[in-house]
Design a protein around this ligand. Structure first.
Ligand SMILES: [Zn+2]
Length: 71
């Protein structure tokens, strides 16, 4: 297994979650972990449509906000 592939600039190479191609996981890739804006857009679209179906008005990442009842 080659899990520590890197570019010449020392940035990690990961697999794009959308298309499976190589993706630079570093400051030079604003779409990381995706390889391109297109792949990132696909993922965001999926999230948006899924969120649209949810009947709750609570924020999706409640970890960041915490449960007010527990504070
Ligand atoms: Zn991709």
């Amino acid at each position: 297994m080659s899990t520590s592939r890197k570019t010449a600039a020392g940035e990690r190479i990961v697999r794009c979650p959308a298309c499976g191609n190589d993706s630079v996981y570093g400051p030079s890739n604003p779409y990381r972990p995706f390889c391109s804006a297109r792949c990132k857009g696909i993922d965001l679209g999926a999230w948006a449509s899924e969120e649209f179906r949810m009947p709750t008005d609570a924020p999706p990442d409640d970890e960041a906000f915490g449960d007010p009842k527990l504070q």
